[in-house]
Design a protein around this ligand. Structure first.
Ligand code: SPD
Length: 310
């Protein structure tokens, strides 16, 4: 490679701005030393709720972007990947899900996906921050459309408190669509929370939680896996997929089932999404091949995640 100057230097080339003017850079102690950036066309909303800073901006290449406490939650362009996978990995793994609980997920995208299942009779959602719901309805109507389903009941409040009040065995499936384990979502990565979920699920019920990135958070993932192995007596699996605007471009999902009921084999779904769901709009990302592939882990991750020592 041709070079005009071989001398090593700490001085950055002109094109290497630490934070580029006019761009949003996602900086967090959860991914030290790196920051994905998107070019900002226009700031559409800035607010401070009781829980976090909420920003919506129009980006040059990913459409509108929702940012909570400086971290991207969704973009119009790639939200389909996360919302479809976190929903269909668990719901296609049990026959005829009827009662579903979503914790977090205030943008409505997971609700939109749950509502594809004709067998579902009741969808509860517990979101801590009303501002997230309001902002999603105003700026992301194709995501927040999930709230329009008459089977949905919105509860504004703390997910842990909500679960404490839920009668044992209420749900067939729980989906935890949380932000990262800093700020309001911290408790949603802890063992007591998983214990509450296990209690709220019927025997053989399933949970799918947002479980961070194998490239960045193996320590966090290891802790989640260890806790889930202790709490969930059915199957415990880790899956992952690609979401370009999430840190390191991937995100993982912890999938577990409770014991005492029919065994759940997450890798071989028994309840594939059928053509009927297309009346809600075509799936953009999820398909049967991606479902199976989501459970294939790179060797470095498999070594840690499949290690049976808690
Ligand atoms: N690092 C960001 C992870 C965000 C996961 N939740 C996104 C909410 C989309 N419904």
């Amino acid at each position: 490679m041709a070079s005009t100057n071989n001398a090593a230097s700490n001085q950055l080339p002109e094109s290497f701005g630490a934070v580029i003017p006019g761009w949003f850079s996602e900086i967090s102690p959860l991914w030290p030393g790196e920051a994905h950036s998107l070019k900002v066309e226009k700031i559409l909303f800035q607010g401070k709720s009781d829980f976090q800073n909420v920003v919506v901006f129009e980006s040059s290449t990913y459409g509108k972007v929702l940012v909570l406490d400086g971290v991207i939650q969704l973009t119009e362009r790639d939200e389909c990947a996360y919302q479809e996978m976190i929903t269909h990995l668990p719901l296609s793994s049990i026959p005829r899900p009827q009662r579903v609980l979503v914790i977090g997920g205030g943008d409505g995208g997971v609700l939109r996906e749950v509502s594809r299942y004709a067998s579902v009779e009741k969808i509860d959602i517990c979101e801590i921050d009303r501002m997230v719901v309001d902002v999603a309805k105003q700026f992301f109507p194709k995501v927040a459309v999930g709230f329009d389903d008459p089977r949905v009941t919105l509860h504004i409040g703390d997910g842990v408190a909500f679960l404490k009040a839920v009668p044992e065995g209420t749900y067939d499936a729980v989906i935890v669509d949380s932000s990262d384990p800093i700020g309001p979502a911290r408790d949603l990565f802890e063992k007591p929370f998983f214990e509450l979920i296990a209690k709220a699920l019927r025997p053989g019920g399933v949970v799918c939680t947002q479980a961070e990135s194998i490239w960045l958070h193996m320590n966090i993932i290891q802790g989640i896996v260890a806790n889930c192995r202790q709490v969930f007596k059915g199957s415990v699996n880790y899956a992952w997929t690609t979401v370009p605007t999430y840190p390191s471009g991937v995100i993982g999902f912890m999938l577990c089932s409770t014991g005492g009921g029919p065994a759940v084999d997450f890798k071989n779904p028994v309840n594939p999404i059928d053509a009927e769901s297309e009346s809600k709009g075509a799936l953009k990302f999820y398909n049967a091949e991606l479902h199976r592939a989501a459970f294939c882990l790179p060797s470095f991750a498999r070594e840690v995640i499949d290690c049976k020592v808690n």
